[in-house]
Design a protein around this ligand. Sequence first.
Ligand code: G1P
Length: 273
Amino acid sequence: MIKKCLFPAAGYGTRFLPATKAMPKEMLPILTKPLIQYGVEEALSAGIDTMAIVTGRGKRAIEDHFDISYELEHQIKDTSKEPYLNEIRDLIDKCTFSYTRQIEMKGLGHAILSGETLIGNNPFAVILADDLCDNIDGESVLSQMIKVYQKYQCSIVAIEEIDKSNSDKYGIIVGNEIEDGLYIIKDMIEKPKPKDAPSNLAIIGRYILTPDIFGIIKQTKAGRGGEIQITDALLTQAKKGIVLAYKFKGKRFDCGSVDGFVKATNYFYKRER
Ligand code: G1P
């Protein structure tokens, strides 16, 4: 059903400079694993084995990470360090990875459109790797969303309640609740000022999108920040048909900010030790 997951990964990661000067922000590690690997693991846990990664200049490390390093394999073979490679070997074994480059940085909508060539005419998932999610009841956010998709067969965004003072960091939705925590979107706005925010329901970096979104993005004009916003394209789709917002169960860290990154590090450290 949903076989592919798109990872927009072309951004500069300016909030982490100088760390991200020569290293992709998606490769920043929480403990010993890069952020994007958590994302790929989440996709795989939801039954998706085809990863479509939209990269940009300076992102080669992502491709190398999801590939065999023969020199390292040779050095580490039959030593006590070999188990450190087990998780990534397993992922490389089970998944396929394809890449395309976003040539110009024109926003998240544009990044998703750049992935059209890898996705084709099928519904697909999107993970923004800097939103790191941990499942509490054993079911990842994407798995939960795929269940919703199986029932409704339309685009879905994951949402969580935020403090309204942070509304200018997120897409904000307004909807009619049709099931516990599931809303039909009536309106959505990208990064409104707190006084203009129509609700406290914020979009987080997990989406399921039907492929007609590509045609809609092509027609979508630049919005907030002069960028082509997926939020604006989804609003058009919502007006034409149905787009759902799903309040996920679990924990999410904004690893695109230093503060969230430190919180995630402490949380995973406590959990693993
Ligand atoms: C993007 C989206 C925004 C969403 C957010 C979730 O913004 O444009 O609607 O709420 O991801 O992390 P970004 O964080 O890339 O600026």
